[in-house]
Design a binder for this molecule. Sequence first.
Ligand SMILES: NC(=O)c1ccc[n+]([C@@H]2O[C@H](COP(=O)([O-])OP(=O)(O)OC[C@H]3O[C@@H](n4cnc5c(N)ncnc54)[C@H](OP(=O)(O)O)[C@@H]3O)[C@@H](O)[C@H]2O)c1
Length: 230
Amino acid sequence: MSETILITGANRGLGLEFTRQYAKEGNKVIACCRHIDEAKELEALQEEFSNIDIHELDITSEKAIKALQNEITQPIDLLINNAGYLESENHLGQISTESMMKNFMINAMGAFKVTEAFIDQLSKSKRKLAVAISSSMGSISENTSGGYYSYRASKAALNMLMKSLGIDLMPYGIRVLLLHPGWVKTRMGGDGAQHDPSTSVAGMRKVITNYSPKEGEVKFIRFNGEEISW
Ligand SMILES: NC(=O)c1ccc[n+]([C@@H]2O[C@H](COP(=O)([O-])OP(=O)(O)OC[C@H]3O[C@@H](n4cnc5c(N)ncnc54)[C@H](OP(=O)(O)O)[C@@H]3O)[C@@H](O)[C@H]2O)c1
């Protein structure tokens, strides 16, 4: 079945790989990125797959989100809030309000505002699924090593925002899912990471396909299908 899929942060890393895999299957992919003129790999992918539409979207800009909301009026089966940011500060004494706010603006507020903007388009679709790429680093119960204050806190906030959306969007029939991609070789994950983007994305796509929560239920699931406790 061909679906319409909107992906944020589609110019590199996991977003680019999601775009590649979904486009290859014949889905229509609305691939969003901050700077189209710099998105060379995404443009090359579009030359291979004409079912990719590229749109400019900085998820921290409410004006840009509104403009895209007005432009995309068709049903969206699957929204993948993938764009994210990791501040490298890690140790006590290094954490600034500025970096904390930047992590929150991109990782938590960005995904929240994008999802809110596309409620109508999601509710008109068949699948009606809003996904956010979170991180096991946002799990409070899995935090056994400390550090990464801004990133951890922003992903925990993302989890809470999406959990509330899962309840509030019940009347629209929209379901919500939080995913952890594993530790993946991207610019964020680094070369020493455990998994290739293709393996991680294939795993997350399988989780997305099989996702069947109860009404109002929101799950936090690893790319290999294991459920993560909050
Ligand atoms: N890689 C891992 O090991 C790992 C582990 C757990 C969770 N994750 C999560 O997986 C997601 C994808 O990460 P990745 O590994 O693919 O990272 P990445 O290679 O660093 O890519 C991040 C993407 O987010 C985009 N982005 C950042 N700020 C944005 C903004 N304000 N508006 C729109 N797009 C923005 C970037 O665009 P620009 O090119 O314009 O900067 C880029 O496309 C993130 O949410 C991340 O937190 C990754």
